[in-house]
Design a protein around this ligand. Sequence first.
Ligand SMILES: Cc1cc2nc3c(=O)[nH]c(=O)nc-3n(C[C@H](O)[C@H](O)[C@H](O)COP(=O)(O)O)c2cc1C
Length: 207
Amino acid sequence: MNPRASLLKEILTERRSVRRFAPEPVPEELIREVLDAGRLAPSPTNSQPWYFLVLSGADTSRAARIMARRTQGVSVPGFQAIAADAVRILEEAPHVITVWNAGRLSRRLRKLKGLIGPSYYRGYERAERDGIACAVENMWLMAQALGLGMVWIMTDASMARRFRAEFKMEATIAALCPIGLPAPDEPPERTGRKPLEDIARFLDPDR
Ligand SMILES: Cc1cc2nc3c(=O)[nH]c(=O)nc-3n(C[C@H](O)[C@H](O)[C@H](O)COP(=O)(O)O)c2cc1C
């Protein structure tokens, strides 16, 4: 493997979810580098559907409060624990990059929905969300390369209205990305992956 590919693989391998942070804020230029990695992501028809709003300090609690209200409605114990942890992470992180879907592509296509058909339209909506996932992964990798920690906290449709009102946004909340320096006692948790043989194969052209 060439050195560039080796370096990329190293960052891909090292990247992990960080859920405990040191309280100190991160220099703005580092956050800008992370955002710029998101900006460079691919998206359907290059529609760049994302918008990033960075919350710092006490403002991260505004996202945590919305998450906490959502958590009240969760009654299954395992899910409750995950939701409660999400509130803690949002409270503790020095910054939260809120990632919004501005719907730039689907808004344009809405007018053509009758022509292209609802299924095709939904495909584009889905692709728009996939594009946002690419942006988050780009930011996650850049955070890792810069020595920062990050995680993706999922949102759901029931939070969208509150997020929109709280932050006076017209877009739809798509992801919450707490980010900061990993806490010194952050356990170096490694999540495993299935071996390649279990998840990929080459289709034999002769069969
Ligand atoms: C779309 C998506 C949503 C996720 N949502 C959450 C979440 O709500 N809370 C959380 O703690 N981690 C969340 N994660 C992080 C995953 O749990 C994590 O990526 C996975 O367990 C693999 O661990 P690793 O990131 O350390 O490799 C999410 C990851 C993705 C890609």
